[in-house]
Design a protein around this ligand. Structure first.
Ligand code: SF4
Ligand code: SF4
Ligand code: FES
Length: 248
């Protein structure tokens, strides 16, 4: 099966991947270009929809001295583009259980002491592919205002760019996650108040967790696995149609 048959008649552009030049069809994404060139990308590919944050990529356009960063599955190739997948280092994992913290505000600087070293340089905001005001989020974390921080990071895809560029070794994405967990568990930041995710969303999550625990999701999953391929295809097709109709 030729995955790229739909692209074969397009004009080609030249891109450089890892120092080697390749001719690839115009309009495909950076990840597709890598596959087209025969480069196996497994670890840096996930959802292919700009959601999972796996395909962190850096590139430089022809004639430009400054490089750019973004998601390889969401960025189209351009003639003369020089490309490299970005090996984001996994951040050091902090071990804590939000539900066991008596006071998340009190515990914050014990778990993430580097938070106070933020120089407000703004590099994290500049690099964020989701246009999150990351520096503002870190600034608010210094005040432990979790209710204000949590919604700022709603669109975070955990790509890790913000942590990569931080000169103070702060992982702003993990701070955002901490704030969101704190709000989910306690309904607001140390400063009290509520916010950061609607009650409706929390209720929906609780319902999904109940269904996961009581086994009803297992039954539905097994039903999918046991069904004939035609029924599965029809079901996926109608789900896809419903989703795209709703999106329109
Ligand atoms: S990159 Fe680091 S030091 Fe700079 S504003 Fe962001 S969190 Fe603060
Ligand atoms: S906040 Fe950081 S991890 Fe989240 S999307 Fe922006 S750059 Fe990526
Ligand atoms: S593969 Fe998931 S964001 Fe690109």
């Amino acid at each position: 099966m030729d995955l790229f048959s739909a692209y074969r008649n397009r004009p080609a552009v030249t891109v450089e991947i890892g120092g080697q030049q390749h001719r690839v069809p115009q309009g495909i994404t950076i990840l597709q270009a890598m596959w087209y060139a025969g480069i196996p990308v497994v670890r840096g590919a996930g959802c292919l929809s700009g959601v999972c944050g796996a395909c962190t990529t850096t590139w430089r356009l022809a004639g430009q001295s400054a490089g750019r960063t973004g998601m390889g599955c969401q960025t189209s190739v351009e003639d003369g583009m020089s490309i490299a997948l970005y090996p984001i280092e996994p951040p050091q994992k902090k071990r804590y259980r939000m539900a066991e913290l008596a006071d998340p505000a009190e515990a914050l600087f014990g778990i993430y002491p580097e938070t106070r070293r933020c120089t407000l340089c703004d590099a994290c905001t500049q690099v964020c592919p989701q246009d999150i005001p990351v520096r503002q989020g870190v600034r608010l974390m210094m005040n432990k205002d979790f209710a204000a921080v949590a919604p700022l990071f709603d669109e975070c895809i955990m790509c890790g760019f913000c942590a990569l560029v931080c000169e103070s070794n702060i992982a702003p994405n993990l701070l955002g996650m901490y704030a969101r967990k704190a709000v989910a568990h306690y309904g607001g930041g140390s400063g009290g108040g509520s916010g950061g995710g609607s009650g409706g969303a929390r209720d929906e999550l609780q319902r999904a967790m109940r269904r996961s625990r009581d086994g009803s999701l297992d039954t539905a999953w097994q039903g999918l696995l046991d069904g004939p391929p035609d029924a599965l295809a029809a079901r996926c097709g109608s789900a896809w149609q419903a989703a795209t109709t709703t999106a329109d």
